[in-house]
Design a protein around this ligand. Structure first.
Ligand code: DDQ
Length: 272
């Protein structure tokens, strides 16, 4: 009896230590991920007017202080060429009543746009916004679009980031975006910046910086102040942060939101 109880006690002590060891390892790994992922706050370096009627769903910078924007809402969806400095809509393509504009991206002279709640999208001529082609894609829905100049990157409101062939619209590959082992859902408007995908996470004031290879989160950008300050200034009808544009020649980052009266040029500051 004594022998059994000694063996039992030793086993008990060993298993407690074992459990402690496992959990502390797990804890260290989790902490390591969270600690090593940089977090950025933002500084506004410039403000520009933005059409407060524009339910921004896609945004990109095309050079020469010109932006292209896709807007949503039924009967109000559009593709538009916008002057950065004045916010003026220079060319407007009004979409069919049944189409809800979503992500937009530019490859050479052609703008690619996806549609909310449909598996279709359109290609437009960037010079006049004439519709050229209707296409069908393989995502579950059309939310965000971006490009590295060769392939399309797409999001559909899930945690999946797609790489898509811009000629055939077939999925080349796809990955689940994860942070600390948790899927990052609601990936929305996308931008390709210096080899990374930056994604608005729907209904948050955060932008995730994502590795296009593998889908890991490389950093978080926190922007709650933009929306808060707009609301404090009396803009009660505004919706979420959405829309990232990148001027690669001058390293300028622009962000705006749905029905926001302003578009911001921002700078990042690491806070951790
Ligand atoms: N999405 O951007 C998350 C993909 C779609 C958002 C759809 C929001 C619909 C709002 C309808 C408001 C009607 C006044």
């Amino acid at each position: 009896y004594r022998k059994t109880s000694v063996i039992f006690s030793v086993l008990l002590i060993l298993s407690v230590f074992g459990l402690l060891g496992v959990s502390s390892n797990m804890w260290r790994n989790l902490k390591h991920d969270a600690v090593s992922t940089p977090v950025y706050s933002i500084e506004v370096v410039n403000e520009f007017p933005h059409d407060p009627q524009a339910f921004t769903q896609g945004l990109l910078y095309a050079g020469n202080d010109i932006l292209f924007e896709s807007t949503g809402l039924n009967r109000r969806s559009s593709v538009r060429q916008v002057a950065l400095r004045t916010g003026k809509v220079e060319v407007l393509h009004e979409m069919d009543d049944s189409d809800f504009g979503e992500g937009l991206t530019l490859i050479d002279e052609r703008l690619f746009q996806v549609i909310w709640l449909k598996k279709t999208g359109y290609i437009y001529d960037r010079n006049n916004l004439n519709k050229l082609v209707k296409f069908t894609h393989q995502m579950t829905d059309g939310w965000g679009l971006a490009t590295d100049g060769k392939v399309l990157f797409g999001s559909d409101g899930t945690s999946t980031l797609y790489k898509i062939n811009p000629q055939t619209f077939k999925v080349i590959n796809k990955g689940i975006v994860k942070f600390n082992g948790h899927e990052v859902h609601n990936l929305n408007e996308l931008e390709f910046i210096n080899g990374e995908i930056w994604a608005n996470v729907w209904q948050t004031d955060c932008i995730a910086r994502i590795s296009p290879e593998g889908g890991s989160v490389l950093g978080w950008i926190l922007l709650p102040n933009l929306r808060k300050e707009l609301i404090a200034a009396g803009n009660s009808g505004i919706d979420v942060l959405n829309g990232i544009a990148w001027d690669s020649n001058n390293s300028r980052i622009f962000v705006t939101g749905k029905l926001w009266p302003k578009l911001y040029q921002i700078k990042l500051h690491p806070i951790k």
